[in-house]
Design a protein around this ligand. Structure first.
Ligand SMILES: [Cu+2]
Length: 162
């Protein structure tokens, strides 16, 4: 089991560097063609001695990219836009389903599993911009449990009310 996990993480590791910031394992969630929104997930590592904020993201993929966070409210999973995602000094933040994510709103074309997204720009508070290139599109639903699928439903409802 350990060996399998190791191989998987090596295969998925694509590390990108700008200043003290490193991004690895970035991917975009595949969505059915009728859904206008998706999300991107990744691990952001800060090798510097001061905290750095991810302040903004953009891409040719969609009109709007927003920084979002999922939280539990009265036992319900809700998501909301956040002004920034802080990566602590000598620390990391994982953007993952059910937590922080980069919301992709108004896809200009459908994204399917095994496609890749040409580029996503990440803008940081230290003035650095990191361009993720050929970000893989992955089907997140496949590996998820029933409980998480319900969360996804709420997520889409949440988007419509925005
Ligand atoms: Cu979101």
């Amino acid at each position: 089991m350990f060996k399998i996990v190791m191989l998987f993480s090596i295969a998925m590791s694509t590390v990108l560097l700008a200043g003290n910031i490193e991004v690895k394992d970035a991917y975009v969630r595949a969505v059915p063609p009728n859904l206008p929104n998706s999300a991107s997930f990744m691990t952001i590592i800060n090798n510097g001695a001061t905290a750095v904020d991810l302040t903004r993201a953009d891409s040719t993929l969609a009109d709007t990219l927003e920084l979002h966070e999922h939280t539990m409210k009265n036992g319900m999973m809700v998501m909301a836009q956040v002004p920034k995602i802080t990566i602590p000094a000598h620390g990391s933040v994982m953007l993952k389903p059910g937590g922080y994510h980069i919301m992709i709103i108004g896809l200009k074309k459908p994204i399917k599993p095994h496609d890749s997204v040409k580029m996503i720009n990440l803008h940081f508070s230290d003035g650095e911009t990191l361009t993720l290139k050929n970000v893989p599109v992955k089907s997140v639903m496949g590996g998820m449990k029933m409980k998480n699928m319900k969360m996804n439903g709420m997520k889409m409802n949440g988007m419509k009310s925005n």
